[in-house]
Design a protein around this ligand. Sequence first.
Ligand SMILES: [Zn+2]
Length: 238
Amino acid sequence: MTKDLFRDDSYLTGCEAKVVDIREDGSIVLDQTVFYAMGGGQPGDAGVLTAADGTKVDVATTLKDKESSDILHVPAEGQGHSLSVGDTVSCEINWDLRYKYMRFHTALHLLSVAVPYPVTGGQVGEKEARLDFKLPDPDFTKESLTEMLMKLINQDHEVSTRWISDEELDAQPDLVKTMSVQPPRGSGKVRLVAIGDVDLQPCGGSHVKKTSEIGAVVVSKIENKGKQNRRIRIKFAD
Ligand SMILES: [Zn+2]
């Protein structure tokens, strides 16, 4: 099981690590990593691994092996590498991309505050992010929702995390807003993410420290996805 350094500090851009396994497809497993593994609607990180002799391996994305909980660094297509178990590498994520994901992901938490309906899905991308809601009849427009969202962002709430046990979570089912993504269980504890006193929910994603870091966003689209469902897309304003 890979030690996920990004879980405790999402601002870490690099670390040293040791290769502990190479999978048949060339994916690299390290003893620890700063690469976020795809999950919860957030893409896996891209970046570079540099071996002791200076050779570099471009990592296209990062996935989690559900069975072993190993984090798989997937080399860019067509890229062979000569890393082997026991090698030391230095890891560096594509921070520009990751920081966008962190800003969007945190903005989606606030979107779920502005739109207090059950969330049925969501995705963060490079250019936009979206949440799907079980929401038959919205009482807002793109403009009024943008205003609500920006108000929450500008209140500059602090984002913090704490851990609770599976049992404590079971006792508070209201905490789980996202119907399609159940919080990761199995380890006996679940991470809660608090945004000031406006939002509290289990989440394994990566977040900015303060909501002002999100910057200006706009609600770019409110789409009908069937009678009961609305898809809301946001973009950065710049
Ligand atoms: Zn989150």
